[in-house]
Design a protein around this ligand. Structure first.
Ligand code: ADP
Ligand code: MG
Length: 499
């Protein structure tokens, strides 16, 4: 019999009219990886944020090793032996790597009222070395590192003190395969030491592979807790959405001819250190995919097309001869772009849903005297938020409050509203659950049928195979192969060109 570590009892949390967590009760054991799954907005982050002191509890209790705990912030949660790697960025700018790791626990390095920075850096360096993250320097400002490396720092921060429970909230989608392997190693170590991991991910094969037990939430309500060995992917999907989901949510058509009309031509594009001499044409009504390892340069392609890489050489030309060299020109000529790094590059977090949607369309919405009517802006924002079925109270709600899938819907609503002809989507379904994924795939298919052209950059090979007319594979910054849409395509064919 496994021993209970955490009892969740009658837990509730509401935000305005949203019942984010409704009377949820279940147990989590010692020495297990306990997955928490559910569609976007089902309450996973709200529950774990309450456990780790980020959110207050409306009602209900957490009992850890037989004792009720009430952490009021993350530092207090750490002292109870509970830590979290949050879904969003969990490190703070303006601090060094070491200061981030020990945030709130600096007293370890204070003697006679003086903080010993050297000792703190030494300890951080030791830990980074122990975790195999030697490329990260303890004394560097955290801003020197990209999202993925900052997540690695968070792994150290959340686990170095051997907590009883570590929550990992959708961290793996931000990591490359290498980073994931690192994380799995630490998950296994925590479990082997008799401690507990609460693991949140949208990647169902990953959930089945890495967890011992799975709890399913739906719309804030507890559905079930089951052993991972007793269920398969389809079973999980069914529990998550409460109905059968057909596996076929990709495009079903094959053999459609791509139009000869070229809408965008990329010639000899080079970004020093990232991509070399890339050439391709994008056709009208085509979904053109880019695949590769995450460092292959494919993510830079999107930026280069959108005029967002600064030292780009070569040309990006539209059918009418317009050269795209900067973002304003790209937007003016109906090019849309959504970044892989949604939270930092695609969305303005501290603005409302409405403000985010109208952003690129402000010129079109202004009257002849260049004035903007509030009413018109509101109607416009509302129309496209509703069209994308963004789960919200109204468009005045801040995007920072939305779940990942709903943020992505806001980003897409913005470009649908702008009626862009060329849409560059970098990792559009990253960290998004199956229902919203399905919506996004359907939207892409509809756009294609309406004659829009789409570039989809993705690390998910199945979605490239399922959605694209053509797939270009990048390797070490260069194009390394082209595959046409076909029912015969499989992941191995793509991988053989990627590595
Ligand atoms: P999940 O992590 O399962 O995707 P969340 O716990 O983030 O879901 O969200 C559950 C519900 O609570 C959603 O409807 C979301 O919009 C809402 N919500 C979450 N955090 C906040 C917040 N800080 N303010 C308002 N609403 C929130
Ligand atoms: Mg969440």
């Amino acid at each position: 019999m496994s021993e209970v570590r955490l009892q969740v009892q009658n837990l509730c949390k509401t935000f305005g009219i949203t019942k984010a967590v409704q009377n949820v009760s279940f147990n989590i054991n010692k020495g297990e990886v306990h997955a928490l799954i559910g569609e976007n907005g089902s309450g996973k982050s709200t529950l774990t944020n309450m456990l780790t002191g980020i959110y207050s509890i409306d009602s209900g209790t957490f009992i850890l090793d037989g004792k009720e705990i009430h952490p009021r912030n993350q530092v207090e949660a750490n002292k109870e032996g509970v830590s979290i790697i949050v879904q969003e960025l969990g490190t703070l700018d303006g601090l060094t790597v070491a200061e981030n790791i020990f945030l709130g626990h600096e007293d370890m390095f204070v003697k006679f009222g003086i903080k010993n920075t050297n000792a703190m850096n030494r300890r951080a360096t030791e830990l980074l070395h122990q975790y195999g993250f030697d490329k990260i320097k303890a004394s560097d400002p955290i801003e020197n590192y990209n999202f993925e490396d900052r997540k690695l720092v968070e792994i150290v921060k959340a686990t170095y003190f051997n907590p009883k429970i570590v929550v990992i909230d959708e961290t793996t989608t931000a990591l490359s395969q290498e980073g994931r392997e690192e994380l799995y190693k630490h998950m296994n170590r925590i479990r082997a030491e008799g401690n507990t991991v609460i693991f949140i991910s949208h990647d169902l094969p990953e959930i089945l592979d890495k967890s011992d037990t799975i709890t399913i939430l739906r719309d804030g309500v507890y559905i079930d807790t089951i052993k991972s060995a007793d269920v398969d992917e389809d079973g999980l999907k069914k529990l998550m959405v409460g109905r059968e989901v057909s596996g076929a949510y990709y495009r079903a058509d094959y053999g459609e001819k791509i139009s000869d009309e070229v809408v965008l031509s990329v010639k000899n594009v080079t970004v020093p250190g990232l991509i070399k001499n890339v050439n391709f044409d994008l056709h009208k009504g085509e979904i053109l995919g880019f695949g590769g390892l995450s460092e292959s340069g494919m993510h830079e392609i999107g930026k280069a097309i959108f005029g967002a890489s600064y030292d780009r050489e070569g040309s990006v030309t539209l059918a009418d001869g317009t050269q795209i060299n900067d973002i304003p020109t790209a937007i003016k000529h109906s090019i849309a772009y959504t970044s892989k790094d949604r939270d930092n590059e695609s969305i303005v977090m501290n603005q409302s849903i409405g403000d985010n949607i109208v952003l690129p369309s402000l010129d079109d919405l202004a009257n002849s005297a260049h004035l903007l009517s509030d009413k018109k802006l509101k109607e416009f924002a509302n129309k496209f938020a509703v069209e994308m079925s963004v789960k919200m109270v109204n468009t005045d709600q801040f995007v920072s409050d939305l779940s990942g899938g709903n943020k992505q819907k806001v980003v897409l609503a913005r470009w649908i509203g702008k009626d862009s002809d060329i849409v560059v989507l970098d990792s559009p379904t990253r960290g998004i659950d199956i229902k919203v994924k399905q919506d996004i795939y359907q939207l892409m298919d509809q756009m294609r049928k309406n004659g829009k052209s789409i570039i989809m950059i993705s690390e998910e090979l199945m979605e490239l195979i399922g959605m694209c007319d053509r797939i270009l594979i990048m390797k070490d910054g260069e194009l390394n192969g082209e595959l046409d849409r076909s029912p015969e395509l499989n992941e191995n064919l793509l991988i053989s060109k990627m590595v």
